[in-house]
Design a protein around this ligand. Structure first.
Ligand SMILES: [Zn+2]
Length: 358
């Protein structure tokens, strides 16, 4: 019997590297990266290329990466003449220059857009981005100058309640969500004592500086951002918004809910996808002034949804039905973006959040 041939992989490492160099200019873009070391023998560019390799192949430790760095062929591919250890990796990364890294990120995102990487998934021809909070590095014992602080309550073994300070870092990030590829455009770290909303305003201005006007068209935001300074700035920068409203924003929420009381739904439809059946009712009201001091006309869309999901409980398949209520405000024009599209955009953000949390 003839031995079966192994299926050949569709892509090979060398073709991936050629693609990165040809399309994203990876080699020369990474050559511009720097760190705080003075005339290092192993350049910051080589360290970055090694770490990038670790990320692409999902290596879980520097130890694994080190055994790749020991290979002469790998050393040639990242542009060094000898092996180096995790001490070099750590030292370089501790003082890595983030501004050159950001320049590279902006170039990559611009290339993606120019090569139509964001075209599929556009909603009515528009590119959609979303804003979200990211938290990293929380600790009770270690901290730095830029750390944020919060008090965490706990109960000791003998029942006495206590409180201790937790240190952490938090950022807001803006990400394209409508396209199959969902790159982060920029992030902004929260300074001690400031809120996410203040950091977000800074982030919006910086995105406009980095990418120019209208790199994307629609921005999805959560309830915290339903405030005049945010709407004022997004209008100024030329972005339309869809903002989810929660009950915490009581005044706005109650005004909007009052509008829809005793009114039958304007639209009703059903959606079926991946083991989930959704019955949706939609209401909308146009041209409502956002607030007294900022009377920008906005549209309010409300949904009531009955979601039936198939699941397995105690080894047996069963169905579970839950009810959801959503309220969104939007600056998008009603003709091109009827209520079902606002509903779709609102859910795009929720899906993104679920992916983020996975
Ligand atoms: Zn810190």
């Amino acid at each position: 019997m003839r031995q079966q041939e192994k299926p050949r992989p569709t892509h090979e490492l060398s073709s991936f590297a050629r693609y990165l160099n040809k399309v994203f200019d990876f080699r020369s873009a990474s050559d511009l990266l720097t760190d705080s070391r003075h005339q290092p023998e192993i350049s910051a560019a080589a360290v970055f290329r090694a770490v990038f390799h670790g990320l692409v192949f999902r290596l879980t430790s520097f130890q694994q990466l080190q055994s790749d760095i020991a290979q002469p062929a790998f050393q040639r591919s990242i542009g060094v003449e000898r092996a180096f250890g995790d001490d070099v990796l750590r030292y370089s990364l501790c003082g890595f220059d983030l501004s050159t890294l950001e320049t590279m990120l902006v170039q990559v995102n611009r290339t993606l857009k120019r090569n139509k990487g964001f075209d599929s998934g556009r909603v009515q021809g528009r590119i959609v981005a979303a804003l979200d909070g990211i938290e990293v590095l929380s600790s009770y014992s270690r901290c730095c100058e830029a750390c944020l602080e919060r008090r965490i309550s706990y109960v000791e073994a003998d029942g006495t309640p206590g409180e201790r300070i937790q240190y952490y870092h938090r950022a807001v990030g803006c990400q394209i969500v409508s396209a199959p590829v969902k790159p982060i455009l920029a992030i902004e770290w929260l300074q001690p004592g400031e809120g996410e909303d203040t950091a977000a305003l800074r982030l919006f201005r910086r995105i406009a500086e980095l990418y120019g006007p209208r790199f994307f068209d629609i921005l999805l935001l959560d309830s915290l951002y339903a405030q005049a300074p945010v709407l004022r700035l997004t209008q100024e920068l030329g972005w339309d918004v869809v903002i989810a409203l929660k009950q915490e924003r009581r005044e706005l929420y109650q005004n909007a809910m009052g509008l829809f009381q005793a009114r039958p739904a304007e639209r009703e439809f059903e959606r079926q996808q991946e083991g989930e059946y959704r019955r949706v009712q939609l209401w909308q009201a146009e041209d409502l002034p956002f607030t007294q001091d900022f009377p920008l006309p906005v549209r309010v869309v409300r949904s009531e949804e009955e979601v039936t999901r198939r699941k397995v409980q105690g080894g047996k398949p069963c169905q579970q039905t839950t009810r959801q209520q959503w309220l969104w405000i939007s600056t998008l024009e009603g003709q091109a973006f009827p209520a079902p599209l606002i509903w779709q955009l609102g859910h795009l953000r929720l899906e993104k959040r679920e992916q983020w949390l996975e």
